[in-house]
Design a protein around this ligand. Structure first.
Ligand SMILES: [Cu+2]
Length: 187
């Protein structure tokens, strides 16, 4: 009996090696997909570290974002909280007034679709998602105005959706807050 030709034997070895490597490649792809799937589902199922909700259908009726609560409020510790609502296609209040040299915390939400909350010249840039409250803080050192263009496309009137933040010196702000519970610079 003659031994099988050398050519044929090496073909068998090659085919076996190819199958082995193909199996390894498929296993790697499956493992990566499993890791991505697990990470997505696991993190999607966990609550964020801090989530505050607000029912967009009843914002205007009562609670933190009712009309009388919007604007800037001086807190007992000297910090300022600004509450705002974004809706197609404006922000309320349209002009937010804040003092220099104070911790300013913006709390905002959306009454309809996703909007953007961005204050030019600051690190404040977040989304307003209906159902959730977005909160970010900033400190302003100089008086002046900052534009707030909506930076999430929200519909046909998106490009006309903007507000502004007016920074006034601390003494002026204190004078204003002695006269009203909520402040804004809407004329
Ligand atoms: Cu918008």
């Amino acid at each position: 009996m003659a031994a099988p030709p050398i050519q044929q034997e090496s073909e068998v070895v090659t085919a076996r090696a190819e199958r082995r490597w193909a199996t390894v490649a498929v296993a790697v792809v499956v493992a990566l997909a499993a890791v991505a799937g697990y990470a997505g589902i696991y993190h999607g199922a966990l609550p964020q570290a801090r989530v505050e909700t607000a029912d967009p259908t009843t914002l205007h009726l009562a609670g933190e974002f009712a009309e009388g609560n919007l604007g800037s409020a001086l807190e007992p510790d000297g910090s300022v909280t600004v509450r705002a609502v974004g809706q197609e296609y404006s922000f309320t209040p349209q002009c937010m007034v804040v003092p220099t040299d104070a911790l300013v915390t913006f709390r905002a939400t959306s009454a309809d679709v996703v909007h953007g909350f961005l204050i030019e010249g600051t690190n404040i840039n977040t989304m307003l998602v209906p159902g959730y409250i977005s909160q970010l803080s900033a400190r302003f050192t100089t008086a002046g105005e900052h534009l707030m263009p909506c930076q999430e496309f929200c519909g046909a009137g998106h490009q006309g959706m903007w507000a502004k933040v007016k920074v006034v010196d601390r003494a002026t702000f204190m004078d204003m807050s002695a006269k009203a519970r909520r402040l804004s610079c809407v004329e």
